[in-house]
Write a protein that binds this ligand. Structure first.
Ligand SMILES: Nc1ncnc2c1ncn2[C@@H]1O[C@H](COP(=O)(O)OP(=O)(O)OP(=O)(O)O)[C@@H](O)[C@H]1O
Ligand SMILES: [Mg+2]
Length: 456
């Protein structure tokens, strides 16, 4: 700002000449007084002027700083007054709308948006009074081209005395956000699919190990059903021979003899047991096949009351079917202990833990296994599987749950059993799975579960 009195030369020479008529009317003292006062007033004026110039420089610096920040912002910025007219915009918004600052400042805020959005925009100055931050998705209307969807964040602008003076709107085109979100969702979906495949392949690997045992298990009932059928066929022939004799009107003595030699009474007494035995065998085969199918097919699990003792016993049986030498197993199970959880998941975890335990004791003369399940607090239960094998190397304790970590020979372990079990225990069943080396030797796995899976 330029002022004539800011010139140092003019500051040093204040005007001292007064009009002649006034000069005549004043005494000498009064003159001195007036001149002094004028000097003071002038000095004050000069001081104010210097102050004003300093402030002006600071203001210009601040303005330049704000301008540079506004230009550097990649998000769009819009400031409007309470009258709903645009007061300030930044370069990002100008680029998006293909417009100039001059063309936008002073326009109605609602005119920058599509008609669908303008009703919301018109209500913004009022709406921000009641909300700290208002998020909305609206459509900006560029001078040329298609509407641009944008995610906006609106806040109230307050004066120094806290009265509402307008609204500050920042935002980002939804295209960018949507793209980033879509990419994120795709990556997440891929990850989930990969995890599902991993889970299934681990199941198939476990299944492969169990098949040998299952074949043996199926052989048993099938062979006694066969044996029973042979007997039944023989019994059928005997009964038909006897009935033929009866219908042919054979004398009573001949009939009695036939009854004795054909062992009709023993045959009749045996029939019930033979049929029951065959039914039982067929039932057993059907159960094994059912179990196998439940284990092999990926299916949605539904939570239900699960007896831990029952699932642990059946898991043990599954593993033992494939073993040549069964371990001595100490079971500490409370038959009344139930959890509301996913039976299939729990069975898969138990089979993995028990299989690992017996693998660790392979080659031992007296493999020993301890399995317990007990209630811990009102809301939790704990299942422990402990073996008497060599335990786990200290450095491996933190790696056993990693995918593909295995110390077993190729073809004997995929290194997925514990990884999958950990995922099932924590993410599906809401519990935890921990490992330690037991002070008296062997490895100990502890699975903690909530009593109700919904309690998580
Ligand atoms: N009870 C245990 N005693 C000693 N080491 C164990 C025990 N349980 C697991 N481990 C170690 O943890 C590793 C990983 O176990 P995990 O069940 O994940 O895979 P795996 O048994 O090697 O293969 P998979 O279960 O996929 O067939 C094992 O290879 C073994 O080194
Ligand atoms: Mg394993």
């Amino acid at each position: 700002m330029n002022h004539p009195h800011s010139d140092p030369a003019s500051r040093a020479q204040p005007p001292r000449q007064l009009p002649v008529p006034v000069q005549l009317a004043l005494s000498e003292d009064a003159w001195v007084d007036v001149i002094q006062r004028m000097d003071e007033v002038y000095a004050d004026l000069v001081r104010y002027q210097v102050d004003l110039e300093d402030k002006n420089v600071a203001l210009e610096d601040a303005q330049r700083f704000i301008d540079s920040v506004l230009s550097a912002m990649s998000d769009v910025l819009l400031v409007a007054g309470v009258d709903g007219r645009v007061q300030q915009v930044n370069n990002a918004l100008l680029r998006l709308l293909g417009s100039t600052r001059e063309a936008l400042v002073g326009r109605r805020l609602a005119d920058l948006f599509t008609p669908v959005s303008s009703a919301v925009v018109a209500g913004l100055p009022l709406a921000v009074r009641h909300a700290a931050i208002l998020d909305c998705e609206l459509e900006l209307m560029p001078d040329t081209g298609d509407p641009v969807p944008i995610a906006l964040n609106c806040t109230a602008r307050l004066d120094s005395d806290d009265t509402l003076s307008g609204v500050v709107i920042t935002g980002r085109p939804l295209g960018e956000l949507r793209q980033a979100y879509r990419a994120l969702r795709e990556a997440h979906d891929q990850l989930k699919t990969a995890q599902q495949q991993l889970l299934h392949s681990e199941k198939m690997a476990s299944l492969g190990r169990l098949v040998a045992g299952v074949a043996h298990e199926l052989n048993n009932p099938i062979s006694f059903v066969f044996a029973n059928m042979h007997s039944l066929r023989r019994y059928g022939t005997r009964l038909r021979t006897y009935l033929d004799a009866l219908h042919a009107g054979a004398p009573a003595a001949a009939l009695a003899e036939a009854r004795r030699t054909l062992r009709i009474d023993e045959t009749l007494a045996d029939l019930g047991a033979l049929i029951d035995g065959s039914m039982e065998g067929a039932q057993r085969v059907s159960e094994i096949v059912q179990n196998l199918r439940r284990f092999a097919t990926p299916q949605r699990q539904t939570a239900a009351a699960v007896s831990l003792a029952k699932v642990l016993r059946s898991s043990l049986t599954w593993v033992e079917r494939g073993l040549r030498r069964k371990p001595r197993v100490h079971l500490e199970l409370d038959d009344a202990l139930e959890v509301w959880s996913y039976e299939g998941h729990l069975q898969q975890i138990f089979i993995n833990l028990i299989q690992n335990a017996v693998d660790a004791m392979e080659g031992q003369d007296e493999p020993r296994l301890e399995i317990s399940a007990r209630g811990e607090a009102d809301t939790a239960v704990c299942v422990c599987v402990r073996d008497h094998g060599p335990g786990i190397a200290e450095a491996d304790l933190i790696r056993v749950f990693d995918p593909f970590f295995t110390t077993k020979d190729v073809g004997k372990g995929t290194g997925l059993g514990l990884y999958v079990s950990y995922g099932l225990a924590t993410e599906q069943c809401g519990g935890s799975l921990q490992v330690r080396n037991h002070p008296q030797g062997g490895a100990e796995f502890r699975l903690q579960l909530p009593r109700r899976v919904d309690d998580v």
